[in-house]
Design a protein around this ligand. Structure first.
Ligand code: PMV
Length: 326
């Protein structure tokens, strides 16, 4: 049956091996592959309704109509869908999240993964997981990793058809937890789309790219063998490398706040006391602290003691993007 409206949910993801920089910014073909884990409990729910009576697309985010650049980005994404489906109607998009947007908790990943699934279904398309991942990538690169479930790898690929993400292990494969130390809920000043465009200006980006396949292989193996020690070393290295590139771009990007460093130091101190945890930071000041699930309650308590930490959210590995009944 041809359906004109559909709703889907998707989880954000935390990258263990980061995506930073594009070979093709329009198609969002990345300079390197990346690996992430979906975050259970954190959810974006998107409803897309195509409506012939609309003169333009409408975006309603967390109950408020949003004009300007966010609407333009959603409209461009809907244009990709319209070209795929032959539909010409404009759409009304409702998007709601239960976590802070734009502050390094991959809000665009969950939003475009949910939008790809809801939008394609509303447009009458039945896409495979791979096709959905490719479509989500056009909205936000990291969104392609929120389409499959659990632990996910995005192979950089050569072109639009070969650049998509797939699960490397299901959510129940490894009981690790992401304890997110929220130090700011303010939207970041430089979004990741702008940030990717600066990556190649950094003299360090070439070295980061040259070592990416090695780090991807170490991380993939560490996940498959549940080897937390190898995992934490490569995760921290990869995050530090990405932030070194950000800080040495022209103009430089510095996403950290004093509390970001305080959390990193607290994680290093915890490790010294035998609490096995590691940190990773996306394009924002909040710190994702990864640890075995058995340590998560203690790690979260310790994070809340750090000056500047407003909240500690915890998330286990999450499932794939999925359709929901309205
Ligand atoms: O998908 P984007 O354009 O929001 O880029 C995401 C970039 C990082 O979150 C910093 C790294 C990643 O791989 O998720």
């Amino acid at each position: 049956m041809f359906s004109i409206a559909a709703t889907a949910i998707a989880h954000p993801n935390i990258a263990f091996i980061k995506y930073w920089g594009n070979r093709d910014p329009l198609l969002r073909l990345p300079s390197t592959g990346s690996i992430s884990m979906n975050l259970d409990g954190l959810i974006t729910r998107a409803t897309v309704a195509f409506d012939r009576s609309l003169e333009q697309d409408i975006l309603i985010q967390d109950g408020n109509e949003v004009p300007g650049p966010p609407l333009e980005r959603v409209s461009q994404f809907l244009d990709v869908l319209r070209a795929m489906s032959g539909l010409s109607s404009r759409a009304r998009v409702h998007s709601e999240s239960n976590f802070p947007a734009g502050s390094g908790i991959a809000s665009s990943a969950a939003a475009f993964a949910a939008l790809a699934l809801a939008g394609s279904r509303a447009a009458g398309l039945e896409l495979t997981e791979r096709e959905l991942s490719r479509l989500a990538r056009r909205g936000s690169g990291s969104a392609c990793r929120s389409v499959p479930g659990g632990f996910v790898e995005w192979r950089a690929g050569e072109d639009d058809a070969s650049s998509y993400a797939a699960s490397i292990a299901p959510p129940d494969h490894w009981d690790i937890v992401d304890c997110i130390a929220v130090v700011s809920r303010a939207p970041k000043s430089t979004g990741s789309t702008e940030g990717h465009a600066l990556a190649d200006n950094s003299p360090l980006q070439a070295a980061r790219i040259a070592g990416a396949d090695r780090r991807l292989a170490i991380c993939r193996r560490a996940i498959l063998e549940r080897d937390f020690q190898a995992f934490r070393e490569v995760v921290e290295l990869d995050s530090n490398l990405m932030h070194a590139v950000m800080m040495t771009s022209q103009p430089p990007l510095l996403y950290w706040l004093p509390a970001t460093i305080a959390v990193v130091r607290a994680v290093i101190a915890m490790r010294g006391e035998g609490l096995d945890a590691c940190y990773t930071i996306d394009a924002g000041p909040n710190v994702h602290v990864l640890c075995p699930a058995s340590l998560a309650a203690e790690v979260a308590c310790r994070l809340l003691e750090v000056e500047g930490v407003e909240e500690a959210l915890t998330a286990r590995p999450g499932g794939p993007a999925r359709l929901v009944e309205e």
